[in-house]
Design a protein around this ligand. Structure first.
Ligand code: ADP
Ligand code: MG
Length: 714
């Protein structure tokens, strides 16, 4: 009988990495929140009071930074970093790869007498010049002007990343071309936050709030991920190369028993989580919740919400730290959207809201009539934005991995709709219905005369199947993929909601020029907007086939795959909203469209090539050995079964090999569609036969570790 060596050693690990010299995590002092952040507290201590207050003012008002401050800030930042053992600094940025990029520079410059001096000047803090030629730009930056530049984002605090052998000062930056076009995920997000702030402050003034100077969008992401033993990871070329298994039959036990969700967390995994959380705390990521997810070996981590920019940066850090800390425990963290076919994939819930600088959450229905009025206004704007830009929102969560997940009855469908909940449905219906029903208990006859019923923030009225759900004091956009940056989905939300707020404000302004009350005017605006957009609201089961038919009758978009969805990025309604608000111009949008299409096609091609190679050089030979064994034993009934399967397999591989040859001269959308319809389809056929083979080939001959091992040996 065969015992795979890795099964045995996979279960052996050292608790809390003794040889790594890590801190004792049982000590509270080992979790110092923000210890490695160049936070306002540290700034106050180390900067002159004048510079400190100017910097804080810049951050609060969103104005540009006075370059004269930079030298002093740089000096203080370097001194702080050197004291904590840093030797290098880096401008971290988020190019269109969806990942975080960093290039390290030493603080130390040789001074000519054989020694070196630590130096970090304001201009090095404010601007870096990484060679941009290797980052995707979708044709935005011709190679002859291959320089991009990174610009310091003072609104996202700098921090130290520790390594057993030193520390690195990380400075969050934006990344643009020499001509000022955005080449990254952060610039449009910042621009969209400004746009939303302007629109919301204007609306608040109309609604009678003169206090608010700035409105911040907030984001609290819930991140799902898998942790598997690294030996399985490294034994599988598909996991190593593509982040997901391209082969693997369904195990006898999956999550049918529903015994994993919120189950007790295995010791090794918990140790890893505690360590990752301690690291995240040090860099100021406010991690709050952890639990088991539905699939075996699947988990979730969620922080307390922050403003969208800092929250997005922290989310990138969370993914990075989860992956690096996992390795200390002999684990690999999988962030792919669908690492195991037939097993639930991983997504990311994007909780989103807007808050004033005076602390008012605009998505909180509040307890007073005035708060209710404001809430209904802003809530209508969200409904209008999501309805108008439903295709773009869908496109904002499109990638190769998502195509295996969205619509697969474990994640929202590709159709965007909004779940408001019974109370809010009733509230909207009651202002839009003529001869308002005064008898319904808790209903709002008209805005301002009755108070909204207390909406449950937690509790049963939850629709887990909805892609976009109101959850008490925020909206939860549930369709993001686990590997994604939060930036673009939030850029889309902020920009489109800004547009809707301004549209409703225009209407409100026109009505206010008459002599009705603000409340009556808001009620009218809300009623009109809701009536025009309510087809996007759906409270039923989003997994139900009937919903797909109903959605079609309502005229909602159902963009099933990434190539179907991406054209929304350059649709006229997108260009108009994004240009109006100065978030991305048409060229910048086109560049994203091209980059994302290319990433899809390249990703699919890598998968198809990997699948071909594994099928041809690992699985087919295994099947042939199995056949030889049967023939050696002379059992003819079994050998004809095996032969038939092998013939089928060889034929499917042949078709995949053909599909892996691109037709001449296709590119862009044509190539993406070819990848989807030819390569991925041929790959699925190969896999289907391979997974049947896995069930019959002798276990000691089958060369790949199986789902029953990867997902269950902990
Ligand atoms: P539940 O899932 O039970 O509603 P919470 O309300 O605590 O749990 O929030 C879940 C997620 O929503 C957390 O990541 C949290 O940070 C985030 N969240 C809560 N309030 C807001 C808000 N105003 N804006 C953005 N995210 C929020
Ligand atoms: Mg969840």
């Amino acid at each position: 009988m065969k015992i795979r060596q890795e099964n045995v050693s996979a279960t052996k690990w050292d608790s809390n990495g003794s040889e790594l010299g890590s801190a004792d995590l049982r000590e509270h002092s080992s979790h110092p929140f923000g210890a490695n952040v160049f936070s306002p507290a540290v700034q106050q201590e180390r900067l002159s009071s004048e510079t400190y207050s100017k910097l804080q003012e810049t951050l609060a008002t969103g104005t540009t930074l006075d370059p004269a401050l930079a030298d002093e800030v740089a000096e203080a930042m370097m001194a702080w970093a050197l004291e904590q053992g840093a030797t290098h600094f880096t401008h971290v940025f988020q190019p269109l790869t969806g990942l975080t990029a960093e290039k390290h520079d030493s603080f130390f410059d040789p001074v000519g007498d054989g020694t070196a001096l630590a130096k970090f000047r304001g201009k090095e803090l404010v601007q870096g010049e990484p060679d941009a030629s290797s980052f995707p730009t979708g044709g935005l930056r011709a190679t002859f002007e291959a320089r991009g530049y990174t610009a310091w984002d003072p609104t996202s605090p700098a921090f130290l990343l520790e390594n057993p052998n030193g520390a690195l000062l990380c400075i969050p930056t934006a990344f643009a071309s020499w001509t000022g076009e955005a080449l990254d995920a952060k610039i449009p997000l910042l621009r969209s936050m400004d746009a939303l702030s302007r629109a919301a402050v204007r609306a608040l003034k109309l609604l009678g709030d003169e206090q608010a100077q700035r409105v911040f969008t907030t984001v609290g992401p819930e991140q799902e991920y898998f942790l598997i033993d690294e030996q399985y990871f490294y034994s599988r070329p598909d996991l190593v190369t593509t982040g997901r298994t391209l082969f693997g039959a369904k195990p006898p036990k999956g999550h049918e028993l529903d015994d994993h969700y919120f189950g007790s967390i295995p010791e090794r995994v918990l140790s890893c989580m505690l360590d990752a959380e301690a690291e995240l705390a040090k860099v100021g990521v406010p991690v709050k919740t952890r639990h088991n997810e539905v699939a075996p070996s699947q988990y979730e981590i969620a922080p307390v919400f922050e403003n969208s920019n800092v929250g997005s940066d922290h989310q990138q850090l969370t993914m990075q730290i989860l992956q690096s800390v996992a390795r200390k425990y002999g684990l690999v963290c999988l962030l792919h959207e669908k690492p195991f076919a037939g097993v639930n994939g991983s997504g990311k819930h994007n909780n989103w809201s807007m808050s004033t600088d005076t602390g008012h959450n605009l998505m909180d229905p509040g307890a007073t009539p005035a708060e209710n009025v404001s809430f209904m206004f802003f809530c209508s704007a969200v409904i209008q934005a999501v309805n108008k830009h439903q295709g773009l929102l869908r496109a904002s969560v499109a990638n190769l991995g998502q195509d295996h997940r969205l619509g697969a009855n474990e994640a929202p469908p590709a159709i965007i709709s909004i779940f408001l909940g019974a109370e809010l449905d009733r509230a909207f219906e009651s202002i839009t219905t003529e001869g308002k029903d005064a008898t319904t208990e808790g209903s709002m006859m008209n805005l301002g005369t009755a108070v909204l019923p207390e909406l449950p923030k937690h509790g049963g009225d939850r629709n887990r199947t909805s892609p976009f759900a109101f959850t008490g004091n925020k909206f939860e956009f549930r369709a993001l993929g686990s590997s994604m940056s939060l930036s673009f989905p939030n850029t889309v939300l902020n920009t489109t909601v800004a547009e809707a707020i301004d549209d409703l404000s225009d209407q409100l302004e026109a009505k206010l020029s008459g002599d009705g009350s603000v409340n009556d005017a808001v009620a009218e605006v809300v009623a009109e907007s809701y009536n025009a957009n309510k087809q996007i609201c759906f409270g039923g089961d989003n997994y139900d086939e009937e919903w797909h038919a109903e959605a079609e009758r309502r005229g909602l978009k159902n963009l099933r795959t990434t190539p179907d969805a991406l054209p929304e990025v350059i649709a006229p309604s997108t260009v108009q909203a994004f240009e109006n608000y100065g978030v991305l111009n048409e060229r910048e949008l086109e560049s994203r469209y091209e980059v994302w299409l290319e990433q899809y096609a390249v990703g699919a091609n890598i998968e198809a090539e990997t699948a071909r190679e594994m099928a041809r050089t690992m699985l087919l030979p295994a099947a042939l050995r199995h056949l030889a064994m049967i023939e050696g034993a002379g059992v003819s009934s079994l050998s004809s079964e095996a032969r038939a399967l092998i013939d089928e397999f060889a034929e499917a591989i042949g078709k995949l090999e053909q599909a892996n040859v691109y037709p001449d001269g296709i590119e862009g959308m044509e190539l993406a569609e070819f990848a989807r319809d030819s390569q991925l389809a041929a790959m699925a056929d190969v896999r289907e036969v391979a997974d049947r083979l896995e069930k019959v080939v002798a276990d000691d001959i089958w060369p790949l570790s199986k789902y029953s091992e990867i997902l269950f040996i902990k």
